[in-house]
Unconditional design. Structure first.
Length: 321
């Protein structure tokens, strides 16, 4: 059951339809609509599924299996990406109290803990509170708005590809502003709906991910929202080595008719025998054909970023005094 919503930023009920698409995992037979607010330009899913309906799209398959990879190389590569995130944090602050919203299994937090940070995590999915590793990382299960951290408690708050999933982003920003120290840093990464690949690919864009991605931000709309909720934008990076080239590669394969989001599903341990045989072999052949062009894909992602049209926005904002 879908519900019609007003614009969360300006409360307008006047929208322009942009596109419609199915969910990439084909969990539902519904098509989901993206609209642009005529008042402020914010882009969002409307009508959108209820909270109960949305929970059906966050399956164990979506989060991925605990042990997926037959080769250590892929596992090490994913840990290296977490280390890249750590370096980004440490360019701003060498130690302190950090909260990661949507922390998953806590790999990023563990890397920070080993470098002297006091770490906390929030994960909406079920967390095993008896796991000693999770207790060491102070990972709590639930919504940040319900956890009641003390005011001005954190030196840094991070949201890595979480903000686009939040049904009330302004409320979340207000809570972060309450629990973060004045002039401390908020770091978030979201897909860039203003990117060149988003405009070209449309419903084939890897980062669209309807209906899980409820809001689709551009640099302009995100800066407006941050400013209203007490944050000053200090930096935007338009290139993400972690998600930029991969997202572009997967988008190209989607456009050329490969199994939708095949690479992402394979990395999460999606059973290959569930793909149609002809389509599976076509997709594998397509990947082998495109893979030698990976350096060109990385180069194109870099050029996109230089033109401020990269597929990912990495936002650095400072809380007002």
């Amino acid at each position: 059951m879908a519900e019609n919503v007003k614009c969360v930023f300006c409360n307008s009920s006047l929208f322009t339809n942009i596109l419609e698409a199915r969910d990439p995992d084909m969990i539902s037979e519904e098509s989901y609509h993206l609209v642009r607010c005529n008042g402020c330009g914010l882009i969002f899913n409307n009508p959108r599924p209820t909270e109960e309906e949305l929970s059906k799209f966050y399956t164990q398959q979506y989060y991925g299996r605990i042990k997926v990879y037959p080769f250590n190389f892929i596992e090490k590569l994913l840990i290296w990406f977490q280390e890249l995130r750590v370096r980004k944090v440490r360019k701003i602050i060498q130690s302190g109290r950090l909260l990661d919203v949507g922390c998953g299994k806590g790999t990023f937090l563990k890397c920070l803990l080993n470098r002297g940070f006091e770490v906390y995590g929030v994960e909406p999915s079920v967390v095993n509170q008896q796991d000693p590793c999770l207790r060491e990382l102070n990972i709590a299960s639930g919504s940040l708005n319900d956890l009641c951290y003390p005011a001005a408690f954190f030196d840094v708050v991070t949201l890595w590809h979480v903000f686009e999933h939040i049904s009330d982003p302004r409320r979340l920003l207000r809570e972060i502003r309450r629990i973060i120290k004045p002039e401390s840093i908020l770091i978030m990464a979201v897909p860039n709906f203003g990117s060149l690949e988003a405009r070209i690919a449309g419903r084939n864009w890897f980062h669209l991910d309807l209906p899980r991605h409820l809001y689709h931000y551009t640099a302009i709309t995100l800066e407006k929202m941050l400013k209203v909720e007490g944050f000053k934008l200090i930096k935007i990076d338009y290139f993400s080595l972690e998600f930029g080239p991969f997202g572009l590669l997967q988008t190209i394969m989607n456009i050329l008719g490969g199994e939708f989001n095949f690479l992402a599903k394979a990395l999460k341990g999606y059973p290959l025998n569930k793909f149609q045989i002809k389509r599976k072999y076509y997709t594998l052949g397509l990947f082998l054909f495109i893979f030698p062009f990976l350096p060109l894909i990385v180069l194109f992602s870099s050029i996109e970023a230089c033109c401020r049209k990269g597929g990912i926005l990495e936002i650095y904002a400072k809380a007002d005094k």
